[in-house]
Design a protein around this ligand. Structure first.
Ligand SMILES: [Zn+2]
Length: 309
């Protein structure tokens, strides 16, 4: 009997020793990642490719994952390592989004990625929200197809999100993937004005904080208090100096309570840590401002009940 108990204790001890890989790093304060991708529309990334970088000529680091399963596994590992307690998760294929939700119940706010107006159509989405399959909308990335956010074809999406009161992520920025139909001109934050006027309660947040349209973004955020921004790829895809100049300008403008961390992780889960590091090492941010960006601003925007850390 005693040896049986000893064996049992040994098994438990092994299990406990292995547990840290799946237990959140609770010694770190919590982080919310407002911008994760479960999958992406087809733009060619081959397994092992270095991460995106701008401006050319430049050399990205890291290695693209080989498949969805590896992206999910490495993203969850990064979330555990950095104590990311909640993430806004955008996906093209609802089945893949559901795999992520099932893999980490309660951890993701699932949302449909929209590249073309009509796909999926708003009525299909309305049913998905009613069934509880999604908790957010976007990223709305029609800029990649040359369609600006104030295009009438997108109005039913914003109206639906305002009606059911879900957060909306929109790609309205000067930079994006190298796609033939992408238009920088369709990414001016001023193009959000029609949407914001029509929907004063819409919980809208802008990817890349509208980079590099600094003045336009400040104008929109001053004029429309419901508008928020996440830092997205600029926390790792552009030179750190350029990111800091932009972030510091927004913080100096007094917008530090409406900026949120978002990694914009696609196929390079190691970039989650790089984005967090960029915030944590920013010499012009106070500790309180860092915690606001990494957690508190998103918790308030998402109306999370508890705000630890
Ligand atoms: Zn994105």
């Amino acid at each position: 009997m005693r040896s049986l108990i000893r064996g049992f204790v040994a098994v438990v001890a092994i299990a406990v020793c292995q547990a840290p890989a799946t237990v959140p790093a609770r010694e770190r304060p919590p982080i919310i990642d407002m911008h994760l991708h479960a999958d992406l529309p087809p733009h060619d990334v081959t397994a092992g490719d270095p991460a995106l970088c701008r401006p050319e000529p430049c050399q990205g680091d890291g290695r693209a994952t080989a498949n969805h399963a590896e992206t999910l596994q490495k993203t969850l590992e990064a979330m555990d390592r950095h104590n990311i307690v909640k993430a806004f998760l955008s996906g093209v294929d609802p089945a893949i989004v559901q795999q992520w939700v099932d893999a980490a119940p309660g951890r993701f706010i699932a949302a449909p990625f929209i590249l073309q107006p009509g796909r999926p159509d708003p009525q299909t989405l309305r049913r998905a929200y009613a069934a509880g399959r999604f908790g957010g909308l976007g990223e709305i990335a029609t800029q990649l197809a040359g369609v600006p956010p104030n295009d009438p074809a997108l109005e039913p999406y914003f109206a639906l999100a305002a009606e059911i009161d879900v957060p909306v992520l929109v790609h309205t920025a000067g930079i994006g993937p190298y796609l033939p139909s992408f238009r920088s001109a369709a990414g001016s934050p001023l193009l959000l004005e029609d949407v914001l006027v029509r929907h004063p309660k819409l919980r809208l947040f802008v990817e890349n904080a509208g980079y590099p349209y600094q003045g336009e973004m400040i104008a929109m955020m001053y004029q429309y208090p419901q508008l928020h921004a996440d830092v997205s790829t600029i926390s790792w895809v552009i030179p750190r100096t350029a990111f800091y100049d932009y972030l510091e300008a927004l913080v100096q403008a007094g917008l530090g309570k409406r900026l949120m961390f978002g990694s914009d992780q696609m196929r390079w889960p190691e970039k989650i840590g790089d984005g967090i590091e960029a915030i944590e090492q920013a010499p012009f941010l106070t500790e309180e401002q860092k915690r606001d960006i990494l957690y508190h601003n998103a918790a308030r925007f998402l109306r999370l009940e508890q705000e630890p850390g």
